[in-house]
Design a protein around this ligand. Structure first.
Ligand SMILES: [Zn+2]
Ligand SMILES: [Zn+2]
Length: 421
């Protein structure tokens, strides 16, 4: 016997018991996004490495440590996408989507890849819903995008269990001065910070605010707030976003320490947080990225978007799916009965009923045992004597009660039972 081949470390199979929840999230996302005028785009899952180095930022953890980068047979450096925004905007520029009326509203659903230490709920191939709105600087668009996100979570029944954290991280006009102030503060209190924070303080000081280690919290809580350092334009933008969210009765919590892992964000940033998944408490996050399209070689179009971590959303959904199993197991006893039941199964399936059909080779008792394990409410039995009389037995699995129906009416009987479910 050969040794069974296992999946690669850090990836996971989404098994049939779980796919109903995945499908529910995807279907809700498509419905909500399309209702707001967003259209699906499907970029490839690998790109030139340069796209992510430039688009996400050379100094980010993602680009420095977490990318799946390889050389193809032509000697070109390629990378499996670690996030979707850079790919979507690359396509936006490459195909001239910017000539369309703005904002251009796009979404995409699919796998992302990051070489991270595998741990509970964190995978090297994971899945995201991504939404991007490009070409408009008005704070009304920020509020719209956040409202779409909230409607998605209302649609899957999770909105009440999540908190919307909101912040502004300024722009190139006001952030450099804040950054300096922050570095100075972090240096002064370096002795009280963890090793990672001390390293980050020089490289990527805003990310230090993200540290979850309890020991660092007192220092970070007292750190200067970005909200006190915003220039007039950024402060006004943020005030408008807040006012629009309030007009839509969308609750949020201003969280000055909320920064995101990408260099490209400016002004509005947001996350949807849960207390139910331990330290990895964000199920979605996003922000404004004015300047990114231009950085990728396109026009100076501003934009804003979000990503939803599907693994985390699915974890929060209860596993009792309301997707019904099969209505009935059709049990022919012998090949002649199978020949008679094939067209019946075909006819009811066309009308939307889910039935399973045996092959006529097992004993009745083992077929009934299978019906129990499939948890079907009904079994339909056609043996030699039933076939001779032109009849079928419909057995109610829980009570064991059986009744006879003419084979000619079996299709109609099954559809009546399907209608009652
Ligand atoms: Zn720390
Ligand atoms: Zn500013």
């Amino acid at each position: 016997m050969s040794v069974a081949i296992k999946a690669v470390r850090g990836v996971h199979d989404i098994l049939p018991a779980d796919t109903p929840r995945w499908q529910r999230v995807e279907a809700t996302a498509r419905r909500v996004f399309e209702a707001h005028g967003y259209h699906e785009i499907r970029p490839p899952i690998f790109e030139r490495t340069e796209l992510f180095a430039r688009g996400i930022g050379e100094l980010t953890d993602i680009v420095q440590k977490e990318m799946y980068t390889f050389e193809d047979k032509g000697g070109e450096s390629l990378t499996l996408r670690p996030e979707a925004t850079a790919s979507v905007l690359r396509a936006y520029v490459e195909h001239g989507l910017h000539v369309q009326p703005k904002p251009v509203r796009l979404y995409t659903i699919g796998p992302m890849f990051r070489y991270e230490r595998p741990q509970a709920g964190r995978y090297r191939q994971f899945h995201q819903l991504n939404l991007e709105a490009v070409g408009e600087v008005h704070p009304g668009l920020d509020a719209e995008v956040i409202a779409v996100l909230m409607e998605l979570f209302q649609g899957v029944g999770l909105a009440d269990r999540l908190t919307l954290a909101l912040n502004s991280i300024g722009d190139p006009a006001c952030r450099p001065a804040y950054r300096e102030k922050l570095v100075e503060y972090l240096r002064r209190r370096a002795a009280e910070l963890c090793q990672e924070c001390r390293e980050r303080a020089e490289r990527n000081p805003l990310r230090v605010l993200d540290c979850k280690k309890p020991g660092c919290q007192p220092v970070l809580d007292e750190a200067p707030s970005i909200l006190d350092a915003l220039c007039r334009e950024c402060a006004e933008h943020f005030a408008h976003v807040r006012r629009y969210l309030e007009a839509m009765a969308l609750p949020y919590r201003v969280t000055p320490r909320l920064v995101r892992g990408f260099d490209y964000y400016v002004r509005t940033t947001f996350e949807l947080l849960t207390g139910e998944l331990g330290a990895q408490n964000a199920v979605a996050g996003g922000g404004r990225y004015d300047g990114l399209v231009q950085l990728l070689g396109g026009p100076p179009d501003p934009g804003i978007g979000f990503a939803v971590g599907m693994e985390r959303v699915v974890l929060l959904l209860s596993s009792d799916s309301n997707k019904a199993g099969p209505l009935a197991l059709l049990i022919p006893l012998g090949d002649a009965a199978l020949l008679r039941l094939f067209p019946v199964a075909q006819a009811v399936r066309k009308q939307g009923a889910v039935v399973e059909l045996g092959y006529g080779v097992r004993r009745l008792r083992s077929e009934l045992d299978r019906a129990n394990r499939l948890k079907v409410p009904y079994a339909v039995i056609v043996g030699e004597s039933e076939l001779e009389k032109g009849e079928a037995l419909i057995r109610e699995m829980t009570s064991g009660a059986q009744r006879v129906v003419p084979l000619s009416r079996l299709e109609g009987e099954l559809m009546t039972l399907a209608g009652r479910r």
